[in-house]
Design a protein around this ligand. Structure first.
Ligand code: NDP
Ligand code: 8X3
Length: 254
């Protein structure tokens, strides 16, 4: 029997990553799920192994910590090293202020997670794909990767970096038969705004007042589509917004 494909998803404890884990598990993938919240990883593993009959390996690490990333991925058992799909999803926005009033610690968290975390993870996983002669990297960018909105300054800059890195990866991986795709959502209701507003759930929920946002499953379905195209097809870039959003700064609220 052919071995199931293996997908490694960063930030699988919540939101898009968690939904992608479930969707890929339901569609025949074995999964390496990562995040910092150990209990959530354990619960998701149990649920997916029970409901989807797939194999799930949890790896608990902080993508900002280079040695943690290297140790976690370096410690993968041989039969988990054949990673077919890497979903670089772990990421966050923290704060929403004019630049001259911004919190420098918030900027560091976003830059370290959204840029350096992606680089550390990709630097560990891509060589395994090169060794095997193929693979697929799916980067979760954002409409904030091509547009900028007031107060979004540093978050938008990190997602612009993700957009540039996606294109750079595609060029560098070309001769290694590694596809690189970017999926770029707009307004989407997950724990994202709760994190951005540092636990202020009332403020977080106002982000979605008067409109139907995207939900994590909408993006999980797009990820599934991207990774199940025939081998000669690479979906380079998909931008997805709610119907009520025309651009970063233009939403229609009832
Ligand atoms: P959630 O907050 O629901 O999920 C974020 C995930 O990232 C969690 O699993 C979290 O896991 C993980 N994560 C965050 N920081 C770290 C870290 N330092 N190390 C390891 N894992 C980390 O948000 P979303 O699902 O919405 O966000 C996922 C991606 O989608 C992000 O890259 C975000 O920028 C992007 N995005 C989100 C949009 C939105 O409006 N929601 C729109 C466009 C793009 P844990 O806390 O357990 O470590
Ligand atoms: C998150 C989308 O535009 O709300 O990446 O910042 S946005």
């Amino acid at each position: 029997m052919a071995q199931q494909k293996i997908a490694l998803i960063t930030g699988a404890t919540s939101g898009i990553g968690r939904a992608a884990a479930q969707t890929l598990a339901q569609n025949g993938f074995d999964l390496i799920i990562t995040g910092r919240r150990q209990e959530r990883l354990a619960a998701i593993r149990e649920e997916l192994e029970r409901d989807c009959k797939c194999r799930v390996l949890p790896l608990c690490f902080d993508v900002r910590q280079r040695t943690e990333v290297e140790q976690a991925i370096g410690s993968l058992p041989q039969d988990w090293r054949a990673i077919d799909v890497l979903v670089n999803n772990a990421g966050l926005a923290v704060g929403l202020e004019h630049l001259h009033e911004g919190q420098i610690d918030d900027w560091e968290r976003m830059i370290d997670t959204n840029i350096k975390g992606v680089l550390y993870t990709t630097r560990c996983v891509a060589p395994l794909m090169v060794e095997r002669g193929g693979g697929h990297i799916v980067n979760i960018g954002s409409i904030a990767g091509t547009q900028v909105y007031e107060n979004g300054n540093v978050y938008c800059a990190t997602k612009h970096a993700m957009h540039a890195l996606s294109q750079g990866m595609r060029q560098d991986m070309l001769k290694h038969n590694i596809r690189v795709s970017e999926v770029r959502p707009g307004l989407l209701e997950t724990e994202f705004s709760i994190v951005r507003f540092k636990g202020d759930t009332a403020r977080a929920s106002r982000t979605y007042d008067g409109l139907t946002p995207l939900y994590a499953n909408d993006i999980a379905e797009a990820i599934l589509f991207v990774v199940t195209r025939p081998a000669h097809v690479c979906i380079n870039d998909i931008e997805i917004t709610p119907t009520a959003q025309a651009s970063s700064g233009l939403v229609f609220r009832q």
